[in-house]
Design a binder for this molecule. Structure first.
Ligand SMILES: [Zn+2]
Length: 87
């Protein structure tokens, strides 16, 4: 099964970048393997180092992934409090 993976890494051993929404793991070349959260959700489990193109297989369960955060749009109109004038 393990084709040409450099290694198999448990997702707990990877670092999650909340800003970029991706997991990374140090690569022996000095760069790092990266896989985005979206890819993991799509069932993708191969993280690639963009520098040396080594690959690792990420071992994870769907339940290991952080909950999807609803994207708040700034356009959302603030709820207006309408004062009812009842006089
Ligand atoms: Zn590398």
């Amino acid at each position: 099964m393990a084709d040409s993976y450099y290694d198999e890494i448990e997702i707990e051993d990877m670092v999650f970048d909340t800003k970029l929404q991706l997991y990374h793991f140090p690569c022996p070349c000095g760069d790092r393997f990266e896989i985005s959260l979206g890819d993991l959700r799509d069932g993708e489990d191969v993280a690639v180092c963009p520098t040396c193109s080594l690959m690792i297989k990420v071992i994870f369960e769907a339940s290991d992934l952080p909950q999807e955060q609803p994207v708040k749009t700034e356009k959302e109109t603030p709820r207006q409090i309408v004062a009812v004038v009842g006089m």
